[in-house]
Design a protein around this ligand. Structure first.
Ligand code: ADP
Ligand code: MG
Length: 623
């Protein structure tokens, strides 16, 4: 996390690099760091105030933006200008959300197509990415104020079920807020990290496999998620997820409001917005009170309102039952029984409700883990992840490995691996390549990830051209390609022509599209196809070698006619023809034989006139 350096001039402690963990929640958001002294994760808070920043944005008529507690006050009085639950809109089109359109009390533009939604406030349009960036900007500003240091790097959490588009949108929101998002982490994974699950101290010893199956039950303000994770030697895998995107603590509040309205015999239509807002706030207060007490009483606009814990539990029992059904579905999808779950982790403010805890504990047949503050646990875990990325936390060593091999495409579409899978990060590797054609001025460097021998079966990460290579015979340029993966998991690929010094590089951001399942699938495919791959690779290599020899020979013949006798010329032409024919057939052995024969024929005069260029071309690898 924060790297501490002593400032020699002042002798004071100075924080050189700050990577924060951010829980960008539907209801509440917050920032956490690893405390520089205690080395424990802590949520950031201003003196005497909560660490939670409500994920609410208010726009006033002059376009001024307020985020957090102050904005929340406008939820009922200025619904058109007050945006909540922006997270629900991330990466969504109007078609995706139209069944729940009434949920949004502000204006979500209905363009009736698959394009991403926009929100209209006054005459301005905002994308969910813009809206999330306002929250992140506020979090960044608060963190900088508290830490008195610039905050530019962050790990941000998202629900495990977020797809590529939603993850990318979250990353973009971070970028807009001036944050370099080093990693997007699943919320349940972060929660597990905050509990120290997956640390090497309780993971493999002496190389044996150590696997643990856990459930993360997350009941927040408006959403419920259950995730079943497997942690094997420090690597987290999501086995299944389930939940309800419209079920949470807000529903508990609404149930209490309804109860009071019956108590006072009033109709919804009789209430002003202000009264409704007041009742809702009172209901939330009552709910929180009942997490620790048996009854709540208060006076509201001159009337007595009350609710007992028992009444409250009866009201929310059907909602809690719904979450339990989701848990059962998640278990079923993972092919597990409740008893297979070794650890149950409670996340989200609403898990403070005793009935929730008891019900979950009963379902899984064991005590639940609730010792870490459920509002903060996700952010705390994100801070742990940030610390790992900063290279400070060695307990989770196994998290910092390359999940798949990284390499570049060489002739014939072959994958040439530079950094193998499971290599420790940071990692560095380099290799030399050369050109295929005389006077070739540029070279294409295509970067791939995967275990298969042919790049077409792997995943392309990036591609760039090294241009400006001065004209040289084929095989003469020496292009050094180097891969560097830093502690943040960011790969930089550099290509440099060593004779001329021409250089080009590209930064490859880690691919978040790749889920654990993707990685597993790619590995599995590489194993099942291993035999085919080896045979195919041998064939491609033989073809490449044969084609190269043909090209070099042809080139040599046109340039060196005077050096070659008529017999040699005829024998060469015949051998070339035989090789050409062999190349049209997918027979590795035949190609190799014919290549060898051409080599034999050309060797005497090649030796006579061999120049460096041909020598290199006959050997070195060609891109
Ligand atoms: P999200 O992850 O959706 O942003 P949180 O995890 O912050 O949400 O949970 C917010 C919800 O937790 C709100 O509905 C809030 O009322 C509820 N909550 C907070 N504290 C308590 C408590 N002591 N008892 C019951 N519910 C609580
Ligand atoms: Mg949450």
């Amino acid at each position: 996390m924060a790297k501490i350096a002593i400032n020699i001039a002042t002798g004071s402690l100075q924080q050189a690099e700050m990577i924060v963990g951010i829980d960008l929640g539907t209801t509440n958001s917050l920032v956490a760091i690893i405390h520089p002294e205690t080395k424990k994760p802590v949520a950031l808070r201003e003196h005497n105030s909560s660490s939670l920043v409500p994920s609410v944005i208010h726009f006033d008529e002059n376009g001024n933006i307020t985020v957090g507690e102050d904005a929340k006050n406008y939820l009922e009085t200025e619904p058109q200008n007050t945006i909540f639950s922006a997270k629900r809109l991330m990466g969504k089109s109007y078609n995706d959300i139209k069944q729940n359109a009434s949920f949004f009390t502000y204006k979500v533009i209905d363009n009736n197509d698959e394009s991403l939604v926009k929100v209209q406030v006054g005459n301005q349009f905002y994308s969910p990415i813009d809206l999330s960036s306002f929250i992140l900007k506020e979090l960044k500003a608060r963190a900088e104020h508290i830490l008195k240091t610039p905050v530019t790097k962050a790990v941000i959490t998202v629900p495990a079920y977020f797809n590529d588009a939603q993850r990318q949108a979250t990353r973009d929101a971070g970028k807009l807020a001036g944050l370099d998002v080093l990693r997007i982490v699943n919320e349940p994974t972060a929660a597990a990290l905050a509990y120290g699950l997956g640390a090497s101290s309780n993971s493999s010893k002496g190389g044996e496999e150590n696997s643990q199956t856990i459930a993360v039950y997350d009941l927040g303000g408006g959403t419920f998620d259950i995730s079943i994770l497997q942690i094997t030697n420090g690597i987290f895998e999501v086995l299944s997820t389930n939940g309800d995107t419209y079920l949470g603590g807000d529903d508990f509040d609404r149930a209490i409001v309804k109860h009071w309205m019956e108590q006072l015999s009033i109709e919804n239509s009789q209430l002003t917005t202000e009264v409704k807002q007041g009742l809702r706030l009172r209901a939330e207060e009552a709910k929180k009170h009942l997490s620790f007490n048996d009854a709540f009483t208060a006076s509201f606009n001159g009337n007595d309102i009350s609710i007992t814990k028992e009444q409250f539990e009866n009201l929310i029992q059907p909602l809690v039952d719904k979450t339990l059904q989701s848990c059962k579905n998640a278990l079923k999808d993972a092919g597990l029984q409740p008893g297979d779950i070794e650890t149950v982790v409670m996340v989200g403010g609403s898990t403070r409700v005793p009935l929730v805890k008891q019900s979950v504990s009963k379902l899984f047949g064991k005590e639940v883990n609730d010792s870490v503050n459920p509002d903060e646990v996700v952010a705390l875990g994100a801070a742990v992840q940030a610390d790992i990325l900063a290279g400070n936390n060695k307990e989770f060593l196994l998290l910092d490995i390359t999940p798949l091999s990284l390499g570049i495409e060489t002739m014939g579409g072959l994958m040439d691996v530079l950094i193998p899978r499971n290599a420790k990060i940071p990692a560095k590797a380099g290799r030399q390549y050369t050109t295929q054609k005389d006077g070739q001025g540029s070279m294409r460097i295509a970067v791939y990830q995967g275990e298969r021998d042919l790049v077409k079966d792997n995943r392309k990460l990036a591609e760039f051209n090294l241009t400006g290579i001065p004209g040289m015979p084929a095989g003469l340029p020496k292009v050094e390609v180097s891969f560097l993966i830093n502690a943040d998991g960011i790969l930089t690929v550099k290509a440099k022509e060593l004779r001329s010094g021409v250089e080009q590089s590209i930064e490859v951001k880690p691919q978040y599209g790749l889920t654990d399942e993707d990685v597993e699938k790619m590995l599995l495919e590489s194993i099942t196809h291993a035999k085919d791959d080896i045979a195919l690779r041998a064939l491609v290599e033989a073809k490449t070698e044969g084609e190269q020899l043909l090209a070099t020979t042809e080139n040599f013949l046109t340039k060196n006619t005077s050096l070659i006798s008529k017999e040699e010329m005829m024998a060469t032409a015949a051998a070339m023809q035989a090789l050409q024919l062999a190349l049209t057939m997918d027979d590795k052995n035949l190609i190799q034989t014919k290549t060898e024969e051409l080599n034999e024929v050309t060797r005497p005069f090649a030796e006579r006139a061999m120049d460096a260029a041909v020598g290199v071309a006959l050997k070195g690898k060609v891109l």
